[in-house]
Design a protein around this ligand. Structure first.
Ligand code: NAD
Ligand code: DAU
Length: 365
């Protein structure tokens, strides 16, 4: 039996991971530590409420004494570190929070793990798994091979620079102190509980409301889309069989230009509206009701420093740990669209006043 501390477990990927882990390992103990920033939502764990396996603690990863106390009190042997400021656009408008959480916060967490696991010797068999991003490798040209674990770091945004710094700290705590760490760098996730400031959920919600679909620049930027359930399976493999000190890249094998992805979402919406009269009645303002969601596509000013292409070479995790991405992009997009249609209360509640104010202040929409 393992005893996990999952940081950021009320966010998008963290919450999906907690659900996945407790389905696969029902007798394990999972303690979620989350500061509940705008992106953290305890509702993402609501169906697990009352489970004796899960404890939720509201707190900051930078609060080292509090984390040390939690590690001792809960006899934690595994940390899965998701907590971060995660949105590139926010990092462009306000980098400070990214340095505070992603760099200084991660260091606070590492210090606690070192103190309790190594200096007090409370968990001789332990693992610190750090969840990072492919953005640390920079941007690819159209014909470049995908990012491998050996690709040089070239972060381009304050977000990716802060994640790169955290990756280096994690590596250093292994090399210098012997902390048993692993790191995974993955591509763009999508799926349930994805905050509607990111491309896919934002486009779904805007299609339903009949609002413009803001495509940055020419829309030809490429991302390698990874269904969050595949990402969770990948992390589970690294926790089970990954070698301490190693890095594993996790991708979806689904490169797609943004404009093609938005058009796919429009087609999926048009088909869903055509099949379901209730959807037409619920969202009569959506052009999808007339089979024309794509009329909402609007090219807007490009993101500053916008990386052109990301793609992941998953060869290492496939060869060493048997990883395979299972969810095909179109099927995953259909499921995701259906999840947002089935859970309007969830996204209406998270898109509260503060989020709308942020959008209006920074983007005038
Ligand atoms: P998210 O923004 O949805 O969630 C982040 C969570 O961390 C929230 O619950 C938030 O409340 C919590 N948090 C923020 N600051 C905290 C702090 N100081 N202390 C404790 N909790 C804090 O993020 P996500 O999309 O779920 O990403 C999770 C991790 O995966 C991040 O480390 C991110 O860099 C990485 N990642 C994300 C993607 C992606 O496509 N979303 C891809 C690659 C890597
Ligand atoms: O690659 C992994 C990264 O993926 C993670 O590390 C980040 O945490 C995660 O937010 C994501 O970063 P991106 O910047 O790639 O994701 P985002 O959803 O913000 O944007 C995806 C692409 O879509 C990107 O090329 C920018 C573009 N875009 C985004 C938004 C929000 C638009 O064209 N319009 C939009 O309104």
């Amino acid at each position: 039996m393992s005893r996990l501390l999952v940081t950021g477990g009320a966010g998008f990927i963290g919450a999906n991971f907690v659900h996945h882990w407790l389905r696969q390992h029902p007798s394990d103990r999972v303690v979620v530590l989350d500061a509940l920033t705008y992106a953290g939502n305890p509702e993402n764990l609501a169906t697990l409420q009352g489970s004796a396996s899960l404890r939720f603690v509201q707190g900051d990863i930078g609060d080292t004494p509090r984390i040390e106390a939690l590690l001792r009190e809960e006899s934690i042997d595994t940390i899965v570190h998701f907590a971060a400021e995660s949105h590139v656009d926010r990092s462009i408008h306000g980098p400070d929070a990214f340095i505070a959480t992603n760099v200084v916060g991660t260091h606070g967490l590492l210090k606690a793990a070192r103190q309790v696991w190594l200096q007090e010797g409370l968990a001789p068999a332990h693992r610190f798994h750090h969840v990072s991003t492919d953005e640390v490798y920079g941007s690819l040209g159209p014909d470049d091979p995908g990012f491998s674990e050996a690709t040089q770091y070239q972060p381009n945004s304050p977000y990716s620079a802060s994640k790169a710094a955290s990756d280096h700290l994690v590596r250093a705590y292994h090399h210098t102190y012997g902390l048993a760490v692993t790191t995974s760098n993955c591509s763009n996730n999508y799926g349930p509980f994805h905050f509607p400031e990111k491309l896919i959920p934002l486009m779904i919600v805007n299609i339903l409301h009949g609002r413009p679909l803001p495509v940055y620049g020419d829309g030809r930027n490429v991302r390698d889309w990874l269904h969050v359930s595949d990402h969770c399976r990948g992390i589970e493999l690294v926790l089970g069989q990954g070698r301490p000190g190693e890095v594993y890249n996790i991708g979806g094998g689904a490169e797609c230009e943004n404009i093609a992805l938005v058009k796919l979402l429009c087609r999926v919406a048009d088909e869903a509206f055509a099949e379901d009269p209730q959807l037409r009645a619920r969202y009569p303002q959506s052009p999808a009701a007339a089979g024309n969601a794509a009329s909402l596509i609007t090219h807007v000013k490009d993101r500053a420093g916008h990386d052109r292409r990301y793609a992941i070479d998953c060869g290492k995790i496939e060869r060493e740990l048997g990883y395979r991405a299972q969810v095909k992009l179109e099927a995953g997009i259909r499921d995701t669209f259906a999840w947002y249609v089935a859970n309007p209360g969830w996204w209406q509640r998270v898109m509260d006043g503060s989020y709308r104010n942020w959008l209006a202040t920074n983007y005038g929409r």
